[in-house]
Structures are given as structure tokens and as C-alpha cells.
Design a protein around this ligand. Structure first.
Ligand code: BDR
Ligand code: CA
Length: 304
């Protein structure tokens, strides 16, 4: 089985990506680490537990991580997915924070990556704060990872959080800088543009959530109050799919990447060295094309 660690800021699309992993028979999710992002760290933790409950997988350990960016810049979280990150569709029977592990997310990442050295895959679906802290404590982590798959950053300087920056990178630019520069393992990135170019239809979404299963009812409930959109972009699910089934991504662009930390408009923007001016050895794989039929099937199975 593919051993997997997932770092999330569990909003609706993180939940979709998690459910995709939990439905994949070839994957073993060893742990889920939580980071602030779509909502507060407490909500993120509760959301992950809620997803695990719906999927009947409460045995998977969940760890609480960073509650703010490295510079502590985020005073109020902002979400595409309601105040609580899961569409403000509360459920009183959801598990409480007492189900969290005592160990924190950063130390759990370090421990588990060391334990599964060479084999372990990490999928990062939120701000990269936990990963940046972990690599500062244990700089040997990157060489111990089989691969790191990130949802974040943008190709053309058109953001969804700020004018120029994508949400996950924008929420903690320093962490994104540290991770893109120091994780010299094979690194795969699903950028904002890539996820949008491979969006699904509103009709797919409707049929997906209207299946007669408990997981579909859950997905329908947590998306009911969200504003209707002409297309369906499950951002985080692309990064997850790329780890579960390698061939789902059919074309990559390879280049060195970094993150803008200053600037009046561009702080948090992904920077691409497409002409190889830096002559850096480490090149990231930016996803370019996807086998959409396979992706749709993986996502479909998430709610069965
Ligand atoms: C990213 O931002 C978050 O809101 C989503 O969960 C996704 O990880 C998309 O830019
Ligand atoms: Ca996310």
C-alpha cells in the first residue's frame, strides 16, 4: 500500500480530497496533520474528525498543528467554505477535540516520516506552516520523503486570496518559501490554474452529491449553503489524485520554484524560474495535464 500523510486546513475541498484517499484501496493514510487556513485550527481539527466519522475511519490519528502563519499575520481566517470551513452545516453528533492525539502535528510529521523513511508520501493541502516548522527541526526530512504533493501557488500571478497570490501560499508566504526551497525531494504542485483548467461541471457535482449514500448526503449537506458556481473545482483533490494514481497527471512542466516574500502586490506569489536562471538543481514538477476521466472516477468513488 502507498503510505500517506496528509496535511490539511480542512475546508470542503480538503474533505473531498481526504475522502478520495480513504476510498482508494491502494492507499494507507497513516495520519492527518491539521493547519489553520480555511478556518481556525480548532474547526480544522473538528472537520477532519467529522470526515473520518462519516467514512468510518476514526482509527486514523489526527494531530493539531499551527494556528497561525510563521509571522503571525492572520488575525481572521477567510474561507470559501463558510465560517467553519464545512459550509456551516453543524452536526451535534460530530466527534469533539478529545479525539485528537496529544502529539502535535509538527512532531508527528517528523516521527512518521522518519519511521517510514524512503517510502512515505506527503500531501499538503493548506498553508505550509507545519511542513516549514518540521523541516527546520529536522532538515533530513526531504531526503526521506518518496514524494511531496502540494496544492498551492499560481502560474500567472492571478490569485484567489490576494490579487497576485493563491490562498495557501498567501496565508503563509514564508512557510511556502521554506518548503519550496528546502524540500528537495520529488515535489509535485497542483497550481490554481491547473485545478481550474481541469474543473468539473456543475452537473457532475449535482449527480455526485445526489447519490444514495451516507457520504454523498454529508457532501450535499456541507455544500448546501455555499453560493452556486458555474463549474466545480475540487482544488485539493488534484494533489491527492496525483499521489494515489501517478498516471492521472499526464504532463508536467519541470522548473525551479520559489515564493515572493516582499512587494506591494505580489507577496505570496509563486515564482517560476522557467529559463533556469538560478541554475538550481532542484526542479519542481508543475502539473499541466490530467486524465480527467480517471480523476472523475476517483472523485466519484470518494462518496460511495
Ligand atoms: C486552496 O485554498 C483553500 O481554500 C482550498 O482548500 C485549497 O487548498 C485553493 O486555493
Ligand atoms: Ca485546503
Amino acid at each position: 500500500k502507498i503510505p500517506l500523510l496528509v496535511d490539511v486546513d480542512c475546508g470542503v475541498d480538503d474533505a473531498q480530497a481526504l475522502m478520495m484517499a480513504l476510498a482508494a484501496p491502494e492507499v494507507e493514510v497513516l495520519g492527518i496533520t491539521c493547519c489553520f487556513g480555511n478556518t481556525t485550527i480548532d474547526h480544522v481539527c473538528k472537520n477532519v474528525l467529522r470526515v473520518l466519522q462519516v467514512c468510518n475511519r476514526m482509527e486514523i490519528p489526527v494531530f493539531r498543528g499551527a494556528s497561525n502563519s510563521l509571522l503571525g499575520e492572520i488575525s481572521a481566517q477567510y474561507s470559501h467554505f463558510g465560517g467553519d470551513g464545512l459550509g456551516d452545516a453543524e452536526d451535534p453528533s460530530s466527534p469533539g477535540l478529545e479525539y485528537l492525539q496529544e502529539e502535535d502535528a509538527v512532531h508527528a510529521l517528523i516521527r512518521i516520516i522518519n519511521q517510514y523513511e524512503g517510502k512515505i508520501n506527503l500531501v499538503a493541502l493548506g498553508p505550509l506552516t507545519n511542513l516549514a516548522l518540521a523541516v527546520k527541526i529536522d532538515p533530513s526530512l526531504p531526503k526521506k520523503l518518496n514524494k511531496l504533493c502540494i496544492m498551492g501557488g499560481n502560474l500567472e500571478g492571478r490569485g484567489n486570496r490576494s490579487v497576485c497570490a493563491e490562498f495557501n501560499f498567501c496565508l503563509d508566504p514564508e512557510a511556502a518559501y521554506i518548503v519550496t526551497n528546502e524540500f528537495t525531494c520529488p515535489m509535485f504542485i497542483a497550481t490554481l490554474e491547473f485545478t481550474r483548467e481541469n474543473c468539473l461541471t456543475a452537473e457532475y457535482f449535482k449527480n455526485w452529491v445526489n447519490q444514495d449514500t451516507e457520504k454523498a448526503r454529508f457532501m450535499k449537506k456541507i455544500t448546501a449553503k455555499l453560493p452556486p458556481r458555474p463549474t466545480f473545482v475540487s482544488y485539493d483533490s488534484y494533489a491527492m489524485a496525483a499521489v494515489i494514481e501517478e498516471n492521472i497527471i499526464t504532463e508536467y512542466m519541470q522548473c525551479s520554484v520559489s515564493v515572493e516574500l516582499h512587494g506591494r502586490y505580489a507577496r505570496g506569489m509563486l515564482v517560476l524560474d522557467t529559463d533556469d536562471k538560478w541554475k538550481k538543481e532542484h526542479k519542481a514538477f508543475l502539473m499541466k495535464k490530467c486524465n480527467l476521466d480517471r480523476f472523475k472516477e476517483r472523485l466519484w468513488n470518494a462518496l460511495l
